[in-house]
Design a protein around this ligand. Structure first.
Ligand code: SAM
Length: 267
């Protein structure tokens, strides 16, 4: 069975839950999860699956476990203020699966178990994928205890469903307090922009390289301020990573954002 048919089975399973919830609460459904909103995210699942059918490894049994809905009732997803874009395990998992295949393909095979630090884990797609391949993943995210709608809490239902014990840290407060060389691989996907201005990214990477025994993996969001100066600084940062650390630059198959793999011993 290829990725596209695995994706269709997943979408059918997810959709059955939403249709049942729509029948029970049509007014809530129209307001909070209308069919066209759901379809938008299903299209993205299909697009990653199509990419993997051409570029990915043969799908294995691990994938089937990830491509199932979160065990969270639809109304509980709403009560937990879980935004619709985060509700799809098939997308959260498959996006990370495709990223990891691009960045660290050995982790999806029979590589010996690695200690992986997932910073700003969000919906924990990395944990969902890598822990099922036997890796030891520790997940951290930001929690604004005093915020009105604290970042991080919207993911709490997913963390519980996946059995993730998410711990907290603030990417703006360096150094991060992890012991030197305490993880094989440190991953920061789409969050460096929350840790500091582009001009600080190099120092942040240096700190992450101290924590890593082997490699750092990044998926870069555009800088928080999207003006010409920041775009240029972003491009400069990527070139600097290539020049200094021999960073391997590629592209996230789902979001098209730049991905960087930085090996500690790159020579
Ligand atoms: C765009 S999401 C990315 C989530 C996930 N890594 C992914 O790629 O799907 C940004 C993440 O950055 C986290 N974040 C926001 N501010 C942060 C901060 N000050 N320190 C650490 N993480 C932060 C958010 O909680 C969220 O998990």
């Amino acid at each position: 069975m290829g990725y596209e048919s695995i994706a269709e089975d997943y979408i059918a399973a997810e959709e059955a839950l939403y249709v049942a919830a729509s029948r029970a609460r049509p007014a809530v459904a129209n307001r909070r999860f209308p069919a066209e909103k759901r379809e938008k995210w299903y299209r993205r699942v299909r697009a990653v699956a199509t990419w993997l059918d051409t570029n990915g490894p043969e799908p294995d049994n691990v994938l089937a476990k990830i491509m199932t809905p979160y065990e969270i009732e639809i109304m509980d997803r709403l009560a937990a203020r879980l935004p619709i874009k985060y509700q799809y395990r098939g997308l959260n998992g498959l996006r990370e699966y495709a990223r990891l295949w691009t960045m660290f393909p050995e982790l999806l095979g029979d590589a010996p178990p690695q200690d992986v630090l997932e910073l700003s884990c969000g919906a924990c797609g990395i944990f969902d994928v890598l822990s099922r391949y036997g890796h030891n993943v520790k997940s951290y995210d930001y929690l604004d205890q005093d915020g009105k709608n604290p970042l991080g809490t919207s993911y709490a239902g997913i963390h519980k469903a996946l059995g993730v014990e998410c711990q907290h840290f603030d990417g703006r407060a360096r150094p991060y307090g992890f012991a030197p060389e305490s993880f094989d691989i440190v991953l920061v996907h789409q969050a460096l922009d929350a840790y500091g201005a582009v001009g600080e990214w190099r120092q942040i990477v240096d700190d992450l390289l101290v924590i890593a025994r082997r490699s750092v993996g990044l998926v870069l969001n555009p800088p928080a301020r999207k003006d010409q100066e920041n775009r240029e600084q972003g491009a400069f940062f990527i070139n600097e990573m290539k020049d200094i650390y021999g960073a391997i630059v590629s592209q996230c198959p789902e979001t098209r954002l730049p991905t960087l793999v930085i090996h500690k011993n790159h020579n």
